[in-house]
Design a protein around this ligand. Structure first.
Ligand code: CUA
Length: 273
């Protein structure tokens, strides 16, 4: 509304002046009337903007420092989830040690703190869930913090920092659920850390960012790839990377590796079955 009013006022005056002071039939060489400025007007249009900018600056100085502070949460309901950006997926670490990829599950209606990080051997990413707040950079070697408090729902997250060839693939979902359901999720995750289901999530979120089984995609086709036939070679390439492939699993737990290997064994064409 504010800028709309300014637009209408400025454009109206502009149009009025174009019509009022058009040249008409006067000769091109005719001098226009010589008008001296109005001191009162000039002082007014100098002081006006200064006052407006002063008000804006004052509000910012008083309000900005506290804008990211999380409201005090009760001691019993303190949840901190670590959000790790990696080429090219999001990994979530929960307080009990459970891990998930691609989907963060969080308790509804309470303050959830987020530690935003990137692995030391990775690059900058930016965690962005538009419906839950602003962007927060994920920088190797540094922990940035933010928080949210949200009702039950599903919220889209994406990477907002150009981080490589599959930057656009770095999407995730924040699933906010009642606390009991959240606790059940992380307990199950912890108990079944080496399951094929977890391995499938890893494959879908990490490997499938760049690979297909039967065709070359960003990276080479995985089916029939001798690397997948050898658990030892697979683990080495996951942990250390090679050529264009980043070390996607350099900081994974052994359980995570076990789960992925268990899942790749179920893929037709990757192992002799
Ligand atoms: Cu990660 Cu863009």
């Amino acid at each position: 509304v504010f800028t709309g009013v300014i637009f209408v006022v400025v454009e109206s005056v502009l149009l009025a002046f174009i019509v009022r002071y058009r040249r008409g039939r006067r000769a091109r060489t005719a001098e226009g009337p010589q008008i001296h400025g109005s001191s009162r007007l000039e002082v007014a249009w100098t002081i006006g903007p200064v006052v407006i900018l002063g008000v804006i600056a004052t509000v910012i100085f008083f309000k900005l420092p506290g804008i990211a502070n999380a409201p005090a949460a009760s001691a019993s309901n303190q949840t901190t989830i670590t959000v790790e950006g990696r080429q090219f997926y999001w990994m979530f670490h929960y307080p009990n040690g459970a891990i998930s990829m691609g989907t963060m599950v969080a308790p509804a209606g309470e303050v959830v703190h987020e530690n935003i990080v990137s692995a030391d051997d990775d690059v900058n990413h930016s965690w962005w869930v538009p419906e839950l707040g602003g962007k927060m950079d994920a920088i190797p070697g540094q922990t940035n913090t933010t928080w949210f408090q949200a009702p039950v729902g599903s919220y889209v997250a994406r990477c907002a920092e150009l981080c490589g060839i599959q930057h656009a693939h770095m999407t995730a979902t924040v699933k906010v659920v009642p606390r009991a359901q959240y606790e059940q999720f992380i307990d199950t995750r912890k108990a079944e850390a080496t399951s094929i289901a977890v391995g499938k999530e890893e494959y879908d979120e990490v490997c499938a960012s760049c690979h297909r089984l039967d065709t070359n995609y960003v990276g080479p086709a995985l089916g029939k790839n001798p690397l997948l036939q050898s658990e030892k070679d697979l683990v080495t390439i996951l942990r250390q990377g090679t050529g264009d492939m980043p070390a996607v699993a350099s900081d994974w737990t052994d359980d995570q590796i076990t789960a992925l290997v268990a899942y790749t064994k179920t893929l037709k064409g990757t192992h002799d079955q």
